[in-house]
Design a protein around this ligand. Structure first.
Ligand SMILES: *Cc1c(COP(=O)(O)O)cnc(C)c1O
Length: 428
Protein backbone atom coordinates (compact mmCIF):
# COMPACT_ATOMS: atom_id res chain seq x y z
CA UNK A 1 0.00 0.00 0.00
CA UNK A 2 1.45 3.37 -1.00
CA UNK A 3 1.17 6.06 1.65
CA UNK A 4 3.82 8.67 0.81
CA UNK A 5 1.43 11.57 0.21
CA UNK A 6 -0.69 10.84 3.29
CA UNK A 7 2.49 10.68 5.37
CA UNK A 8 3.72 14.01 4.04
CA UNK A 9 0.36 15.71 4.58
CA UNK A 10 0.20 14.35 8.13
CA UNK A 11 3.63 15.86 8.87
CA UNK A 12 2.46 19.28 7.66
CA UNK A 13 -0.88 18.91 9.48
CA UNK A 14 0.99 18.17 12.71
CA UNK A 15 2.69 21.55 12.53
CA UNK A 16 -0.68 23.30 12.22
CA UNK A 17 -3.31 21.24 14.08
CA UNK A 18 -3.05 19.58 17.52
CA UNK A 19 -2.10 15.99 16.73
CA UNK A 20 -2.54 16.77 13.03
CA UNK A 21 -6.32 16.28 13.14
CA UNK A 22 -9.55 18.03 14.07
CA UNK A 23 -11.01 15.08 16.01
CA UNK A 24 -8.81 12.74 18.08
CA UNK A 25 -9.62 9.19 16.90
CA UNK A 26 -8.84 10.15 13.29
CA UNK A 27 -5.13 10.19 14.17
CA UNK A 28 -4.75 6.35 14.30
CA UNK A 29 -2.99 6.67 17.67
CA UNK A 30 -4.53 3.50 19.11
CA UNK A 31 -3.57 1.33 16.12
CA UNK A 32 -0.26 2.94 15.17
CA UNK A 33 0.76 4.35 11.81
CA UNK A 34 -0.41 7.47 10.01
CA UNK A 35 -3.96 8.42 9.13
CA UNK A 36 -4.94 8.33 5.48
CA UNK A 37 -5.81 11.61 3.83
CA UNK A 38 -8.93 11.23 1.73
CA UNK A 39 -9.41 12.74 -1.70
CA UNK A 40 -12.94 11.65 -2.55
CA UNK A 41 -15.60 9.04 -1.87
CA UNK A 42 -18.38 7.36 -3.80
CA UNK A 43 -20.91 4.75 -2.70
CA UNK A 44 -19.15 2.29 -0.39
CA UNK A 45 -15.68 3.43 -1.54
CA UNK A 46 -13.11 5.78 -0.10
CA UNK A 47 -10.22 7.04 -2.29
CA UNK A 48 -7.09 8.38 -0.59
CA UNK A 49 -4.47 10.84 -1.88
CA UNK A 50 -2.05 7.99 -2.74
CA UNK A 51 -4.53 6.34 -5.10
CA UNK A 52 -5.64 3.56 -2.72
CA UNK A 53 -9.28 2.44 -2.73
CA UNK A 54 -11.07 1.11 0.36
CA UNK A 55 -14.46 -0.38 1.21
CA UNK A 56 -15.58 2.05 3.92
CA UNK A 57 -17.11 0.84 7.20
CA UNK A 58 -16.57 4.14 9.03
CA UNK A 59 -18.91 6.19 6.84
CA UNK A 60 -17.88 9.46 8.46
CA UNK A 61 -18.54 7.73 11.84
CA UNK A 62 -22.15 6.99 10.95
CA UNK A 63 -23.84 9.70 8.89
CA UNK A 64 -23.36 8.30 5.36
CA UNK A 65 -26.04 5.59 5.58
CA UNK A 66 -26.93 6.00 1.89
CA UNK A 67 -23.27 5.69 0.89
CA UNK A 68 -21.05 8.57 -0.23
CA UNK A 69 -22.08 11.14 -2.87
CA UNK A 70 -25.60 9.75 -3.20
CA UNK A 71 -26.95 11.25 -6.47
CA UNK A 72 -30.20 12.63 -4.95
CA UNK A 73 -28.47 14.17 -1.96
CA UNK A 74 -25.70 15.67 -4.09
CA UNK A 75 -28.22 17.13 -6.53
CA UNK A 76 -30.31 18.66 -3.73
CA UNK A 77 -27.25 20.21 -2.08
CA UNK A 78 -26.07 21.74 -5.38
CA UNK A 79 -29.48 23.28 -6.01
CA UNK A 80 -29.66 24.64 -2.46
CA UNK A 81 -26.18 26.20 -2.63
CA UNK A 82 -27.15 28.28 -5.66
CA UNK A 83 -29.84 29.99 -3.54
CA UNK A 84 -27.48 31.14 -0.79
CA UNK A 85 -25.74 29.29 1.99
CA UNK A 86 -27.11 30.98 5.13
CA UNK A 87 -29.61 33.72 5.99
CA UNK A 88 -30.01 33.70 9.77
CA UNK A 89 -33.77 33.79 9.21
CA UNK A 90 -36.33 30.97 9.09
CA UNK A 91 -36.79 28.83 5.97
CA UNK A 92 -39.40 26.24 5.01
CA UNK A 93 -36.66 23.58 4.98
CA UNK A 94 -36.53 23.64 8.80
CA UNK A 95 -40.23 22.73 8.86
CA UNK A 96 -39.73 19.93 6.34
CA UNK A 97 -36.89 18.31 8.28
CA UNK A 98 -38.74 18.75 11.60
CA UNK A 99 -41.78 17.00 10.09
CA UNK A 100 -39.72 14.06 8.84
CA UNK A 101 -38.08 13.71 12.27
CA UNK A 102 -41.39 13.93 14.12
CA UNK A 103 -42.98 11.34 11.86
CA UNK A 104 -40.15 8.88 12.47
CA UNK A 105 -40.02 9.61 16.23
CA UNK A 106 -43.53 9.96 17.68
CA UNK A 107 -42.01 10.80 21.10
CA UNK A 108 -40.78 14.08 19.59
CA UNK A 109 -43.54 16.68 19.65
CA UNK A 110 -41.29 19.69 19.20
CA UNK A 111 -37.70 19.79 17.99
CA UNK A 112 -34.82 22.31 17.98
CA UNK A 113 -32.10 22.08 15.30
CA UNK A 114 -28.46 22.58 16.31
CA UNK A 115 -25.12 21.98 14.58
CA UNK A 116 -23.75 18.82 16.21
CA UNK A 117 -24.55 15.92 18.48
CA UNK A 118 -22.56 17.59 21.24
CA UNK A 119 -24.80 20.65 21.12
CA UNK A 120 -27.90 18.44 21.10
CA UNK A 121 -27.03 16.54 24.31
CA UNK A 122 -25.66 19.62 26.07
CA UNK A 123 -28.83 21.57 25.31
CA UNK A 124 -31.14 18.65 26.15
CA UNK A 125 -29.58 18.47 29.62
CA UNK A 126 -29.95 22.21 30.09
CA UNK A 127 -33.63 21.90 29.14
CA UNK A 128 -34.10 19.01 31.58
CA UNK A 129 -32.44 21.02 34.37
CA UNK A 130 -34.52 24.08 33.60
CA UNK A 131 -37.67 22.00 33.51
CA UNK A 132 -37.10 20.02 36.73
CA UNK A 133 -35.19 22.76 38.59
CA UNK A 134 -32.69 20.07 39.65
CA UNK A 135 -28.99 19.75 38.80
CA UNK A 136 -27.77 16.16 38.92
CA UNK A 137 -27.73 13.74 36.00
CA UNK A 138 -27.02 10.03 35.66
CA UNK A 139 -24.93 8.81 32.75
CA UNK A 140 -23.58 5.34 32.03
CA UNK A 141 -19.93 4.30 31.84
CA UNK A 142 -18.71 4.16 28.26
CA UNK A 143 -21.65 6.09 26.86
CA UNK A 144 -20.43 9.07 24.85
CA UNK A 145 -22.65 12.13 24.65
CA UNK A 146 -20.33 14.57 22.91
CA UNK A 147 -17.60 16.63 24.56
CA UNK A 148 -19.53 19.12 26.69
CA UNK A 149 -18.22 19.69 30.24
CA UNK A 150 -19.90 17.35 32.66
CA UNK A 151 -20.55 14.70 30.01
CA UNK A 152 -16.93 13.68 29.64
CA UNK A 153 -16.83 11.43 32.71
CA UNK A 154 -16.04 7.84 31.60
CA UNK A 155 -17.14 8.82 28.15
CA UNK A 156 -16.13 6.01 25.75
CA UNK A 157 -15.21 6.74 22.13
CA UNK A 158 -11.99 8.74 21.74
CA UNK A 159 -11.60 8.95 25.51
CA UNK A 160 -11.73 5.14 25.78
CA UNK A 161 -9.45 4.74 22.77
CA UNK A 162 -6.83 7.07 24.18
CA UNK A 163 -7.27 5.94 27.80
CA UNK A 164 -8.39 9.36 29.05
CA UNK A 165 -10.85 8.54 31.86
CA UNK A 166 -11.87 12.08 32.71
CA UNK A 167 -10.69 15.08 30.77
CA UNK A 168 -8.53 17.75 32.40
CA UNK A 169 -10.07 21.17 31.90
CA UNK A 170 -13.47 20.13 33.25
CA UNK A 171 -14.03 21.88 36.62
CA UNK A 172 -14.82 19.54 39.47
CA UNK A 173 -17.95 21.57 40.14
CA UNK A 174 -19.36 20.45 36.79
CA UNK A 175 -18.34 16.83 37.09
CA UNK A 176 -19.84 16.66 40.60
CA UNK A 177 -23.31 16.84 39.13
CA UNK A 178 -22.68 13.85 36.86
CA UNK A 179 -23.23 10.46 38.47
CA UNK A 180 -21.69 7.68 36.40
CA UNK A 181 -22.84 4.06 36.81
CA UNK A 182 -22.40 0.83 34.79
CA UNK A 183 -24.52 0.24 31.67
CA UNK A 184 -27.02 -2.65 31.89
CA UNK A 185 -26.95 -2.87 35.71
CA UNK A 186 -30.57 -2.43 36.78
CA UNK A 187 -29.85 -2.94 40.50
CA UNK A 188 -27.20 -0.23 40.73
CA UNK A 189 -29.40 2.08 38.66
CA UNK A 190 -32.39 1.70 41.00
CA UNK A 191 -30.24 2.21 44.09
CA UNK A 192 -28.69 5.35 42.59
CA UNK A 193 -32.07 6.82 41.68
CA UNK A 194 -33.34 6.10 45.18
CA UNK A 195 -30.38 7.83 46.78
CA UNK A 196 -30.48 10.97 44.59
CA UNK A 197 -34.04 11.20 43.32
CA UNK A 198 -34.73 14.63 44.82
CA UNK A 199 -31.73 16.09 42.95
CA UNK A 200 -31.93 14.26 39.63
CA UNK A 201 -32.85 16.29 36.55
CA UNK A 202 -32.15 13.65 33.93
CA UNK A 203 -30.94 10.20 33.03
CA UNK A 204 -29.09 10.18 29.71
CA UNK A 205 -28.30 6.97 27.84
CA UNK A 206 -27.25 5.63 24.46
CA UNK A 207 -29.99 2.97 24.10
CA UNK A 208 -27.40 0.88 22.22
CA UNK A 209 -23.94 1.81 23.49
CA UNK A 210 -22.11 2.50 20.24
CA UNK A 211 -19.11 4.37 21.57
CA UNK A 212 -17.55 1.32 23.22
CA UNK A 213 -18.18 -0.77 20.10
CA UNK A 214 -21.75 -2.08 20.05
CA UNK A 215 -23.24 -3.04 23.41
CA UNK A 216 -26.89 -4.06 23.35
CA UNK A 217 -29.30 -3.17 26.17
CA UNK A 218 -29.99 -6.23 28.35
CA UNK A 219 -33.64 -7.33 28.49
CA UNK A 220 -35.47 -5.04 30.91
CA UNK A 221 -32.73 -2.41 31.18
CA UNK A 222 -34.34 0.33 29.06
CA UNK A 223 -37.73 -0.56 30.59
CA UNK A 224 -36.28 -0.03 34.08
CA UNK A 225 -34.91 3.37 33.05
CA UNK A 226 -38.34 4.36 31.76
CA UNK A 227 -40.22 3.16 34.85
CA UNK A 228 -37.92 4.67 37.48
CA UNK A 229 -37.60 8.06 35.75
CA UNK A 230 -41.34 8.30 35.22
CA UNK A 231 -42.05 7.44 38.86
CA UNK A 232 -39.63 10.09 40.12
CA UNK A 233 -40.39 12.78 37.49
CA UNK A 234 -36.86 12.64 36.11
CA UNK A 235 -36.37 13.45 32.42
CA UNK A 236 -35.31 10.39 30.40
CA UNK A 237 -33.00 11.40 27.54
CA UNK A 238 -32.21 8.92 24.77
CA UNK A 239 -29.06 9.97 22.98
CA UNK A 240 -29.87 8.59 19.53
CA UNK A 241 -27.22 10.65 17.73
CA UNK A 242 -25.76 7.37 16.45
CA UNK A 243 -28.76 5.01 16.62
CA UNK A 244 -31.37 7.39 15.14
CA UNK A 245 -32.34 6.29 11.59
CA UNK A 246 -29.62 3.62 11.99
CA UNK A 247 -30.93 0.84 14.28
CA UNK A 248 -34.26 1.36 12.50
CA UNK A 249 -35.94 4.34 10.79
CA UNK A 250 -37.44 5.28 14.17
CA UNK A 251 -34.17 4.64 15.99
CA UNK A 252 -33.58 2.37 18.97
CA UNK A 253 -36.74 3.65 20.71
CA UNK A 254 -38.91 2.27 17.94
CA UNK A 255 -36.93 -1.00 17.85
CA UNK A 256 -37.11 -1.52 21.64
CA UNK A 257 -40.51 0.18 22.02
CA UNK A 258 -39.57 2.66 24.77
CA UNK A 259 -40.65 6.30 24.70
CA UNK A 260 -38.10 8.72 26.18
CA UNK A 261 -38.97 12.29 27.18
CA UNK A 262 -36.24 13.87 25.06
CA UNK A 263 -34.35 12.42 22.10
CA UNK A 264 -31.02 13.70 20.77
CA UNK A 265 -30.23 13.24 17.10
CA UNK A 266 -27.29 13.99 14.80
CA UNK A 267 -25.14 12.08 12.32
CA UNK A 268 -27.65 10.58 9.79
CA UNK A 269 -30.10 13.52 10.02
CA UNK A 270 -27.47 15.82 8.48
CA UNK A 271 -26.70 13.56 5.52
CA UNK A 272 -22.99 14.35 5.94
CA UNK A 273 -23.39 18.02 6.88
CA UNK A 274 -23.13 19.39 10.44
CA UNK A 275 -26.58 18.93 12.02
CA UNK A 276 -27.86 17.92 15.43
CA UNK A 277 -31.33 18.12 16.95
CA UNK A 278 -33.05 17.57 20.26
CA UNK A 279 -36.76 17.20 20.77
CA UNK A 280 -39.43 15.65 22.90
CA UNK A 281 -42.51 16.37 24.94
CA UNK A 282 -44.12 19.72 24.22
CA UNK A 283 -44.21 20.74 27.87
CA UNK A 284 -40.46 20.20 28.23
CA UNK A 285 -39.46 21.75 24.90
CA UNK A 286 -41.57 24.83 25.66
CA UNK A 287 -38.99 25.79 28.25
CA UNK A 288 -36.54 26.65 25.42
CA UNK A 289 -36.17 30.33 24.39
CA UNK A 290 -37.94 32.20 22.90
CA UNK A 291 -40.96 30.21 24.15
CA UNK A 292 -39.46 29.79 27.61
CA UNK A 293 -36.55 31.02 29.72
CA UNK A 294 -33.87 28.38 28.98
CA UNK A 295 -31.45 29.97 26.51
CA UNK A 296 -30.05 28.09 23.54
CA UNK A 297 -29.17 29.58 20.14
CA UNK A 298 -27.03 29.16 17.00
CA UNK A 299 -25.89 31.46 14.17
CA UNK A 300 -25.95 28.57 11.69
CA UNK A 301 -28.66 26.43 13.33
CA UNK A 302 -31.18 25.16 10.77
CA UNK A 303 -28.72 26.05 8.00
CA UNK A 304 -30.49 25.65 4.63
CA UNK A 305 -27.77 23.50 3.00
CA UNK A 306 -27.57 21.21 6.03
CA UNK A 307 -31.39 20.96 6.22
CA UNK A 308 -31.46 20.10 2.50
CA UNK A 309 -28.95 17.27 2.92
CA UNK A 310 -30.96 15.95 5.88
CA UNK A 311 -34.28 16.12 4.05
CA UNK A 312 -32.86 14.37 0.97
CA UNK A 313 -31.28 11.65 3.13
CA UNK A 314 -34.38 10.94 5.23
CA UNK A 315 -36.57 11.01 2.11
CA UNK A 316 -34.43 8.30 0.52
CA UNK A 317 -34.43 6.29 3.74
CA UNK A 318 -38.23 6.49 4.02
CA UNK A 319 -38.66 4.70 0.68
CA UNK A 320 -40.16 1.24 0.84
CA UNK A 321 -37.77 -1.64 1.31
CA UNK A 322 -34.77 0.46 2.39
CA UNK A 323 -34.39 -1.02 5.85
CA UNK A 324 -35.13 -4.55 4.60
CA UNK A 325 -32.22 -4.12 2.21
CA UNK A 326 -29.96 -2.63 4.91
CA UNK A 327 -30.85 -5.48 7.27
CA UNK A 328 -30.10 -8.11 4.64
CA UNK A 329 -26.62 -6.65 4.13
CA UNK A 330 -26.17 -6.51 7.91
CA UNK A 331 -27.15 -10.18 8.29
CA UNK A 332 -24.63 -11.11 5.60
CA UNK A 333 -21.82 -9.37 7.44
CA UNK A 334 -22.91 -10.86 10.77
CA UNK A 335 -23.02 -14.46 9.54
CA UNK A 336 -19.87 -14.00 7.46
CA UNK A 337 -17.72 -12.52 10.22
CA UNK A 338 -18.90 -14.98 12.88
CA UNK A 339 -18.25 -17.89 10.54
CA UNK A 340 -14.83 -16.53 9.46
CA UNK A 341 -13.65 -16.17 13.05
CA UNK A 342 -14.86 -19.70 13.90
CA UNK A 343 -13.12 -21.22 10.86
CA UNK A 344 -9.94 -19.28 11.63
CA UNK A 345 -10.07 -20.53 15.22
CA UNK A 346 -9.88 -17.10 16.86
CA UNK A 347 -11.99 -16.14 19.86
CA UNK A 348 -14.23 -13.17 19.09
CA UNK A 349 -17.61 -11.81 20.14
CA UNK A 350 -19.80 -10.12 17.54
CA UNK A 351 -22.73 -7.79 18.28
CA UNK A 352 -25.09 -5.93 15.97
CA UNK A 353 -28.05 -3.56 16.14
CA UNK A 354 -29.43 -2.83 12.67
CA UNK A 355 -26.49 -1.63 10.58
CA UNK A 356 -24.10 -0.91 13.44
CA UNK A 357 -21.85 -3.72 14.67
CA UNK A 358 -18.65 -4.63 16.46
CA UNK A 359 -16.25 -7.58 16.69
CA UNK A 360 -14.44 -7.81 20.04
CA UNK A 361 -11.32 -9.94 20.48
CA UNK A 362 -12.44 -11.51 23.72
CA UNK A 363 -13.91 -14.69 25.11
CA UNK A 364 -16.17 -12.79 27.48
CA UNK A 365 -19.78 -11.66 26.94
CA UNK A 366 -19.69 -7.87 26.39
CA UNK A 367 -22.40 -6.14 28.41
CA UNK A 368 -20.79 -2.88 29.61
CA UNK A 369 -17.63 -0.76 29.58
CA UNK A 370 -15.50 -3.08 31.73
CA UNK A 371 -16.32 -6.21 29.70
CA UNK A 372 -15.73 -4.24 26.46
CA UNK A 373 -12.28 -3.42 27.80
CA UNK A 374 -11.52 -7.17 28.07
CA UNK A 375 -10.98 -7.10 24.30
CA UNK A 376 -7.37 -7.62 23.20
CA UNK A 377 -6.58 -4.23 21.66
CA UNK A 378 -3.16 -5.37 20.43
CA UNK A 379 -4.92 -8.05 18.38
CA UNK A 380 -7.40 -5.45 17.20
CA UNK A 381 -4.56 -3.16 16.07
CA UNK A 382 -3.02 -6.01 14.07
CA UNK A 383 -6.41 -6.86 12.58
CA UNK A 384 -6.97 -3.22 11.65
CA UNK A 385 -3.64 -3.00 9.76
CA UNK A 386 -4.18 -6.32 7.94
CA UNK A 387 -7.64 -5.20 6.85
CA UNK A 388 -6.40 -1.79 5.71
CA UNK A 389 -3.73 -3.45 3.58
CA UNK A 390 -6.46 -5.56 2.00
CA UNK A 391 -8.50 -2.48 1.11
CA UNK A 392 -10.98 -2.59 4.00
CA UNK A 393 -11.30 0.62 6.03
CA UNK A 394 -12.62 -0.01 9.56
CA UNK A 395 -12.53 2.46 12.45
CA UNK A 396 -9.00 2.78 13.90
CA UNK A 397 -10.23 1.78 17.37
CA UNK A 398 -11.70 -1.29 19.05
CA UNK A 399 -14.19 0.99 20.79
CA UNK A 400 -16.03 2.26 17.72
CA UNK A 401 -18.95 0.65 15.90
CA UNK A 402 -18.74 -0.42 12.28
CA UNK A 403 -21.41 0.93 9.93
CA UNK A 404 -23.06 -0.29 6.74
CA UNK A 405 -24.67 1.73 3.98
CA UNK A 406 -27.23 1.14 1.28
CA UNK A 407 -24.30 1.22 -1.19
CA UNK A 408 -22.51 -1.81 0.24
CA UNK A 409 -23.00 -4.62 -2.30
CA UNK A 410 -22.93 -8.38 -1.79
CA UNK A 411 -19.54 -8.35 -3.55
CA UNK A 412 -18.26 -5.76 -1.04
CA UNK A 413 -19.40 -7.92 1.86
CA UNK A 414 -17.87 -11.08 0.36
CA UNK A 415 -14.54 -9.36 -0.16
CA UNK A 416 -14.69 -8.10 3.43
CA UNK A 417 -15.43 -11.55 4.85
CA UNK A 418 -12.59 -13.21 2.90
CA UNK A 419 -10.24 -10.41 4.02
CA UNK A 420 -11.37 -10.85 7.63
CA UNK A 421 -10.83 -14.63 7.48
CA UNK A 422 -7.28 -14.22 6.17
CA UNK A 423 -6.54 -11.44 8.68
CA UNK A 424 -7.91 -13.55 11.58
CA UNK A 425 -5.63 -16.43 10.54
CA UNK A 426 -2.58 -14.14 10.46
CA UNK A 427 -3.14 -12.49 13.85
CA UNK A 428 -4.46 -15.30 16.05
C1 LIG B 1 -21.26 11.14 17.77
C2 LIG B 1 -22.05 11.16 18.99
C3 LIG B 1 -22.25 12.36 19.72
C4 LIG B 1 -21.55 13.64 19.39
O1 LIG B 1 -21.92 14.14 18.14
P1 LIG B 1 -20.94 15.22 17.44
O2 LIG B 1 -21.70 15.60 16.21
O3 LIG B 1 -19.66 14.50 17.17
O4 LIG B 1 -20.77 16.35 18.38
C5 LIG B 1 -23.09 12.32 20.81
N1 LIG B 1 -23.71 11.19 21.18
C6 LIG B 1 -23.53 10.03 20.51
C7 LIG B 1 -24.27 8.81 20.95
C8 LIG B 1 -22.68 9.98 19.41
O5 LIG B 1 -22.49 8.81 18.79
Amino acid sequence: MKSERSKRLFQIANSLLPGGVNSPVRAFKAVGGNPLFIERAKGSRLYDVDGNVFIDYVLSWGPMILGHTHPEVTKAIKEAVSKGTSYGAPTEKEILLARLIKKAFPSIEKVRMVNSGTEATMSAIRAARGFTKRDKIIKFEGCYHGHADGLLAKAGSGAATLGIPDSPGVPEDYARNTITIPFNNIKVFKETVNRHRKDLAAVIVEPVAGNIGCVLPAPGFLEALREETERNEIVLIFDEVMTGFRVSYGGAQSFYKIKPDITCLGKVIGGGLPVGAYGGKKEIMSIIAPEGPVYQAGTLSGNPIAMTAGIATLTELAKKGTYEKLNKTAEMIEHGLKDASKRAGIKTRFYRAGTMFCTYFTDCEVIDYSTAKSSDTVKFGNFFRKMLNRGIYIAPSQFEAGFLSLSHSAADINKTIISAYNSFLEIK
